[in-house]
Design a protein around this ligand. Structure first.
Ligand code: HPA
Ligand code: ZN
Length: 334
């Protein structure tokens, strides 16, 4: 089964590029930029990755991101992630980045986007991996600040497919960003948002009805509300579920209690993703492997999850069909 998972073609739809920052690369870039970090070694830094909740994680995640300063840093970070995609049979990825984490510290928007998008082009050429970028607004900041980020992004519109909403969920409901989402949609960006990770089902309703999102990041708390579950199914919207993230941030007590299979059995369209793999103990394949073991998922269910990852990606129909045909060929012969 492990080998089956490793070899099956898949897409990753919920990944924060700043969350792929492994301690080894973090130390290397810190040294290159002459920045001192409050940890003596890679091991000591890794030991700090024990979280009680989302905020606990975010505090250390934003700390780590401060090391990133130059276009080369963003390129190296992103290219390193693609190298991991290549060995995991990830054929397509939709990468979130948080411009405000960087512009707030004086790093220019174009430094961030140029570094990341050059790595995306190199990955297409070197590995044949396709990708889209999702520019995420930080929900702990104001809507006005999100508007400023939207404005900064406009010269790079052709490099950005969608917008997202991440960071501290509780106390920062989707309604806070209704206007900036409306404006972003007018610019041609596809709206996505984290909802129902720590926030309740009403935050998911808001994200659907006010932000008009095309996909829900996490969405675990949809299970609180049968009417909401039906609405998500009716709208044919997928959830990007992140099992190891849910465990690390105590959204679920352990993987055996993870609602993924229940979601599938209810008819929800679910995908498997790593969220912030450097911090949560595993890349996307490790997420598949551990959740398969915990919930005793069948090969058909693994195939269904991989199929959802292409079907509910932002790829156009032609590319979806192409990827799904290869995937189905794999399923039929393994
Ligand atoms: N939730 C909210 N914001 C985030 C996350 C997450 O899991 N990862 C990075 N930013
Ligand atoms: Zn996330």
């Amino acid at each position: 089964m492990k080998q089956y998972i490793e070899n099956i073609p898949k897409a990753e739809l919920h990944i924060h590029i700043e969350g792929t920052f492994e301690p080894e690369l973090l130390f290397k870039i810190a040294k290159r930029n002459n920045i001192s970090i409050p940890f003596k070694s890679v091991d000591e830094l890794r030991k700090a990755y024990e979280f009680d909740c989302l905020q606990d994680f975010l505090d250390i995640y934003y700390q780590g991101a401060k090391v990133l300063q130059t276009e080369e840093d963003f390129y190296d970070l992103t290219y390193t992630y693609f190298e991991k995609c290549a060995v995991q049979n990830v054929k397509h990825t939709e990468i979130m980045f948080d411009p405000q984490t960087h512009t707030e510290r004086g790093v220019a928007f174009d430094t961030v986007i140029n570094g990341i998008s050059k790595a995306c082009e190199a990955a297409q050429n070197n590995f044949g991996i396709s990708s889209f970028l999702i520019m995420s607004y930080l929900r702990h900041m104001t809507e006005e600040e999100a508007f400023e980020t939207l404005k900064q992004s406009l010269p790079y519109k052709d490099k950005i497919k969608a917008i997202g909403l991440d960071s501290s969920e509780k106390g920062n409901p989707p309604s806070k960003f209704q206007k900036v989402f409306e404006a972003s949609i007018k610019e041609g960006y596809i709206p996505l948002a984290h909802a129902g990770e720590e926030g309740d089902a009403d935050y998911i309703w808001e994200a659907l009805d006010l932000l008009k999102i095309a996909r829900i990041d996490h969405g675990n708390n949809a299970l609180q509300d049968p009417e909401l579950i039906q609405e998500i199914i009716n709208r044919d919207i997928a959830l990007t579920v992140c099992p190891l993230s849910n465990k690390a941030l105590q959204v679920v007590p352990d993987l055996k209690n993870h609602p993924l299979k229940k979601m599938m059995d209810l008819g929800l369209k679910v995908t498997i993703n790593s969220d912030d793999p450097a911090y949560f103990g595993g890349q996307v394949n490790q997420n598949y492997i551990e959740i398969q073991e915990a919930l005793d998922l069948t090969k058909r269910e693994i195939y269904q999850l991989a199929a959802n990852s292409f079907q509910y990606s932002l790829l156009d129909e032609k590319d979806k069909v192409k990827n799904l045909q290869i995937l189905t060929g794999y399923f039929q012969t393994h």
